[in-house]
Ligand binder design. Structure first.
Ligand SMILES: *Cc1c(COP(=O)(O)O)cnc(C)c1O
Length: 476
């Protein structure tokens, strides 16, 4: 990756001038080159610490799905485990054991047919878990096609255009043709009919999202599975489903126990979730599970012996921190089913109440109401021409609130929305403070003469910096 100097060629003149209060001698060190010598740890700490003050306040970041609060006990355990490498399973057998327990708990939570024989692993997040899920679909399809003596050179994956960027990456990096179902009218995610329409003999699977990045809605997983059952009955094509439950995998089991989206549907081959989203762990941990051994081709599992013992691994990284896995186990143990239900219930209550209050303000119209995952999107009413969602986003930023504004993808690029992600720790109280600020800025925005049409000219922050598809919602 090329990381360009943000200040062009003026690196020299842009040295860090360290405040003399922090160091005995006045000190200037280069900003973009390694300093020649050492400095005191306390001086270096102060320099880094001070610079980081300019980062936004994570708790007011309503763009991210990723945990910004953890109990002191979880933080202490993470600190105690900071030196443990997850891959050293022979050396840290108890950390490895906690990972296995988490996989078993998730297998039960998601109704795997035989949870005593759970198949799954931790990852750095849902992105890595999605790569692994996608690779398993691709390899299974290839092995079946080869056995049938058919070509394997044109695999495709069917999904809604609303998928998170990790699926675009999977398709690009692993050379699978992505088949995106576009949005249409007020349909903002995949539906059974639109999914089946794009399937053929080269389809390695369909990705269904439980908690769409764009608006927080659940895709109809059971309906998609039923439509694929019907496709198989008509044509013989047997196409598995992977559920991207990055957020919903930790919401639906607690709040919507009767919703069939998981391994209760025989067509669901694999599921991913982000432990660091509604699993309530600090970043980076995710989980990937398969319904049974058959769903994860053995040819993808590597066996390494250089750490002692024989260790099966299915992962993109080798080394990885163990602390997050330990924190996940702590959360499961500490909260239990009822504790998770209480936390998620509160998030949903805050989200649905905040959405309803925002709808009552007048100028806004809800796209979703926070009743699936506790995330909702809203737009500025069509007849309002004084200000745009980008103006609202920029104005909220003056008080430290980070509420992203972005346009929807194909065929609804005309639709621009704001999105709010309610996480553990975003209380009714904080929601009221946000509402007060919204009420305060609206009269001013209503008096401005020209609305801004995109984030750049509103001075808002750029989204989707990583994507080829400009301005998709928050990267996580
Ligand atoms: C956040 C998210 C991802 C990516 O997950 P990370 O844990 O950030 O890697 C993938 N899919 C969906 C639906 C998401 O919400």
């Amino acid at each position: 990756m090329t990381v360009r100097h943000p200040h062009g060629g003026h690196g020299e003149s842009r040295d860090l001038a360290v405040n003399p209060v922090f160091s005995r001698e006045p000190l200037r060190v280069p900003r973009y080159a390694m300093p020649d010598g050492e400095m005191e740890p306390s001086t270096a700490y102060q320099v880094v610490h001070d610079e980081l003050m300019l980062d936004g306040n994570a708790r007011q970041n309503l763009a991210t799905f990723v945990s910004t609060w953890a109990e002191p006990e979880a933080r202490r355990l993470m600190d105690e485990c900071a030196e443990k490498n997850m891959i050293d399973k022979d050396e840290y057998p108890q950390t490895a054991e906690l990972e296995i327990r988490c996989v078993h708990m998730l297998a039960r939570l998601w109704h795997a047919p035989d949870p005593r024989d759970a198949v799954g692993c931790s990852t750095t997040g849902s992105s890595e878990a999605a790569m692994l899920g996608g690779l398993a679909l691709k390899r299974r399809w290839q092995e079946r096609r080869r056995a049938e003596g058919r070509p394997t050179d044109r695999p495709n994956l069917v999904m809604g255009v609303n998928v998170q960027i990790c699926w675009e990456k999977f398709a690009d990096y692993f050379e699978v043709e992505p088949r995106y179902v576009p949005m249409e009218g007020d349909r903002y995610h995949l539906t059974p009919e639109t999914a089946v329409e794009l399937c053929d003999e080269n389809t390695i699977g369909v990705v269904a999202v439980l908690g769409s990045t764009f608006d927080g809605s659940y895709e109809p997983v059971a309906g998609i599975a039923a439509a694929l059952d019907d496709l198989q009955a008509r044509t013989g094509l047997d196409i598995p489903v992977h559920v991207d439950a990055a957020s919903g995998g930790m919401i639906a089991p607690f709040l919507d126990p009767d919703l069939h989206w998981d391994f209760r549907l025989p067509r669901v081959a694999s599921i991913n979730t982000s432990g660091h989203k509604y699993g309530l762990v600090m970043p980076g941990v995710g989980w990937a599970l398969w319904r049974d051994r058959e769903a994860l081709p053995d040819s993808l599992v590597f066996h390494v012996n250089y750490l002692g013992g024989d260790m099966p691994t299915f992962a993109l990284n080798f080394s990885r921190p163990g602390a997050q896995v330990v924190a996940q186990y702590y959360n499961f143990l500490r909260l239990g089913f009822d504790g998770y239900r209480r936390v998620q219930r509160t998030c949903r209550d805050v989200a649905t109440r905040l959405a309803a209050e925002i709808a009552r303000l007048g100028p806004f119209e809800l796209i979703t109401d926070g009743g699936d995952i506790p995330v909702f999107a809203f737009r500025v009413r069509e007849d309002i021409d004084r200000f745009s969602v980008f103006d609202v986003s920029a104005a909220l930023r003056e008080r430290g609130w980070l509420v992203p504004a972005y346009t929807f993808p194909k065929n609804r690029t005309d639709l621009a929305v704001l999105r709010i992600v309610v996480r553990n720790g975003f209380s009714h109280d904080l929601a009221d403070l946000l509402l007060d600020d919204l009420r305060r800025i609206l009269p001013r925005l209503d008096k401005q003469s020209e609305p801004h049409r995109d984030a750049d000219d509103a001075g808002g922050f750029a989204h989707g910096a990583e994507t080829k598809n400009p301005r998709r919602p928050g990267r996580d």
